[in-house]
Design a protein. Sequence first.
Length: 328
Amino acid sequence: MMKISVLMAALFVSANAMADVVLYTDRPTSRIQPAANEFEARTGQKVQIVEMPYGKLLERLKAEGESSPVDLIFVKDMVYLAELSKGGFFQPMVTPAVTGLVDAQMQDPGKLWNAVTYRVRTLVYDPAQVNPDEINTYEDLADAKWAGRLCLRTSNGGYNEALVSNLIHNLGYDTAKTVVDGRVQNLAIDPTRNDNAVIEAIALGQCAVGLVNSYYLAGYYATNANFPVKIKWLNQNTTGAHANGSGIGIAATSKQAKLAEQFIGLMLEEKFQLQMSSEHLDFPALKGLLPNTFIKDWGTPKLDMGNWTVVGDRAPEARKLFQEVSYK
C-alpha cells in the first residue's frame, strides 16, 4: 500500500510538472474546459483542472503550503472567496485590462480575485396565493403575516451564510437577528435540504413563499415554461438584491502569475461568459453583458453594492446568529 501511495504521489508531481497552469476548483470541470482549450490554442500552454469540493480544496491548500503547484483558484461562493483572501491564498492581479472588467463589489478590494458569474438569492412565490406587491424586501418575510407560509433551506452552507452576512452588513447584527428570527417563526415546514425542495414545496402548496438562488428556479423553467412558481427581485427600491457567485484568483504560490492572469482575462471574455452563464442559468459578471438565455426576460436586477469580500468576512457572525435563533 505504501509503494502505491508513493507511486501515486510521484505521478501527481509528474503531471503537475507537465502542466503549464494548474487550476483548483469546486466548479464542474466541463464548464471550465472550453476556456482551457481556447487558452491552449492561443498560447500553447495547457491548463490542468483539478476539481474537488471546497472543503477538500481548502484542506489541500493548507497541506501543500508554499510547495503547492496551484496557479489559479476558482470557487463558487463569496464566503469561500473571503476565507481564501483572509487566509493569504491569493496574490493580487496587476493588469488593468483584467481588473476593470467587473463591477467593484464583485472584486476583492485588493484585487485578489474577480467574479466570473453571479446569481441572485431572492423571493420565489406561488402567484395563486401571493400578491408580489406585498413583499419588497428581505425583511418583509419576517412579518407575522407570513406565519406558516414560508419555506427556507437549512442554514448550513455558503448560500444562507452569505445572505445573512449581507443582512448584517446592511442592517447591523441585532436587526438582522430580529429578521432571521422572524423568518424562523414563520416557517411552514422544517428547513429543507436544498433550494429545489423549497421550490417544490411551494409548487405543492406546502408554503407560499421562499428564498432561493435564481438559477434553481431557472432549472425548472428550462423544462416547463409554465412552472407554477414565480420570481421577484427584492430590495429594488433600497439596497438592491443580494448577489453571490463564483470568483477566480491567482494562487499566492504561483510562479506563473502572468499566464494565470491571462487565463482570468480569457474567462471574462464575452464568449466564455455567455457559455458559463448559459450552462448554469446564472448571470455573467462582465460589465454590461446580459445573459443569452430566457433568464434575461426576468429583467436585470439592481444589485446590492456590498463588496463580496467584506460581506463574506461576516460569515462567522451569520453562523453565530443562526445558533442564537435556532435556525437549523
